[in-house]
Design a protein around this ligand. Structure first.
Ligand code: GAF
Length: 381
């Protein structure tokens, strides 16, 4: 990173920051309903080397990702004095949006900056690759400008960047997982207050693995499906006389809701109950029962919330047939990744089963890898 930065800009960066992607163990589409979610930071991160520029100079951003259309590293630039939603598009809109949101939220003047980005969180995989970039930039800019913010403020600032600058109406889970996770733990996050509790996730000790199947069906949070689910939840809450579905008792009567809304609200309530149960199973080391909650979550996301897709369903089914304790889609859905909780000894069989099912269906080969709960974002240099 530092070498690349020096080569490109002829100076040393002020520092290097790292922020991980995440897997959500359970609690899907609950963050914007003010529920509890249980994600963890994965051992794959985005890294940025950053140096602030003098007032008046334009930002210069380089990504080590090779743009297939040009065959070169992706480059972008913008005028920090003209930052407003819509001013920067494409891959640089996240970093630019963070600079904008930090400035808007704190009043701190964020000057232009030079940046090199490198990431090993697969893009479009539903593992929060864009939030990983935004969080690493947020940490860097906050530190370099001495902005008076803590990690929870940074989670809100990166959400603002994503919602109001990038234009994706996402919740608060992914940024918070990246900023607030600790290694070896899942983070039980209250999405209303951002209070956290770190719950041990001793996969190694239990001889378990979490297998990720990146279906390579590119998913995006700003193409309508995500916003439509969010709007349906808001409508359901309004019809039921509460601010959010997180305010309802778990046994609330949904029968008066219109037929197209009811299953979506039912998912939110049943998923809230599953998070509570999953946390208890995890605390007690009841892995098989935890797995059952994961599988039930997938069924609810597929049938009630309707955010799965054939590739995710097939991945979940193949892992289940190969002995997974539980399997589900993770993240927003509409493509992206599925996870399987597997005994160490079943991982190879599960990988083979997934590959064979995708081949039989005539789909592109998915990317398969295991993940461990890693450390949240930090400064490397
Ligand atoms: C995406 C969003 F970014 C999150 O805020 C969350 O809503 C998730 O989908 C679904 O649980 O990752």
């Amino acid at each position: 990173m530092v070498g690349t930065f020096q080569q490109l800009f002829g100076v040393e960066p002020s520092g290097v920051w790292r922020a991980p992607g995440r897997v959500n163990l359970i609690g899907e589409h609950l963050d914007y309903n003010n529920g509890l979610v249980l994600p963890f930071a994965i051992d794959r991160s985005a890294m940025v080397a950053v140096r602030l520029l003098a007032p008046g100079e334009h930002s210069q951003l380089v990504s080590t990702w090779i743009d297939p259309t040009t065959g070169r590293q992706a480059r972008a630039g913008f005028d920090p004095l003209n930052l407003r939603p819509g001013a920067v598009t494409g891959w640089a809109s996240g970093p630019a949006g963070v600079a904008w949101a930090l400035q808007e939220s704190t009043g701190v003047q964020v000057p232009g900056f030079q940046m090199v980005l490198d990431s090993i969180v697969p893009v479009g995989s539903g593992l929060s690759s864009s939030h990983a970039v935004e969080v690493s930039v947020a940490l860097a800019l906050a530190e370099l400008t001495d902005a008076p913010v803590d990690r929870r403020d940074l989670a809100r600032i990166t959400q603002r960047a994503e919602n109001d600058f990038v234009g994706a109406p996402t919740g608060i889970m992914d940024q918070s997982a990246s900023l607030l996770s600790t290694a070896g733990h899942a983070v039980l996050l209250n999405c209303r207050t951002l209070e956290t509790e770190h719950i041990p996730l001793p996969l190694d000790e239990a001889r378990l693995r979490l297998l990720v199947v990146d279906t390579c069906v590119a998913h995006s949070n700003d193409d309508g499906g995500y916003a439509a689910r969010r709007a349906t939840c808001e409508q359901a809450a309004e019809l039921l006389g509460v601010d959010t579905l997180g305010d309802l008792p778990l046994d609330a009567d949904l029968s008066e809701l219109p037929a197209e809304i009811l299953p979506k609200a039912r998912h939110v309530l049943s998923e809230r109950a599953r998070v509570d149960a999953a946390v208890e199973h995890l605390r007690a080391g009841r892995w098989q029962e935890l797995g059952s909650e994961l599988s039930a979550s997938h069924a609810s996301l597929r049938d009630d919330y309707q955010v799965s897709c054939p590739e995710l369903d097939v991945a979940v089914e193949a892992m289940t047939q190969a002995g997974a304790l539980g399997a589900r889609m993770t993240g927003a859905g509409f493509g992206g990744s599925a996870i399987g909780l597997l005994r160490e000894s079943d991982v190879t069989a599960a990988q083979d089963a997934v590959l064979a099912s995708f081949q039989a269906a005539g789909w592109d080969e998915p990317r398969l890898f295991t993940v461990l709960p890693g450390e949240g974002a930090d400064r490397l240099l």
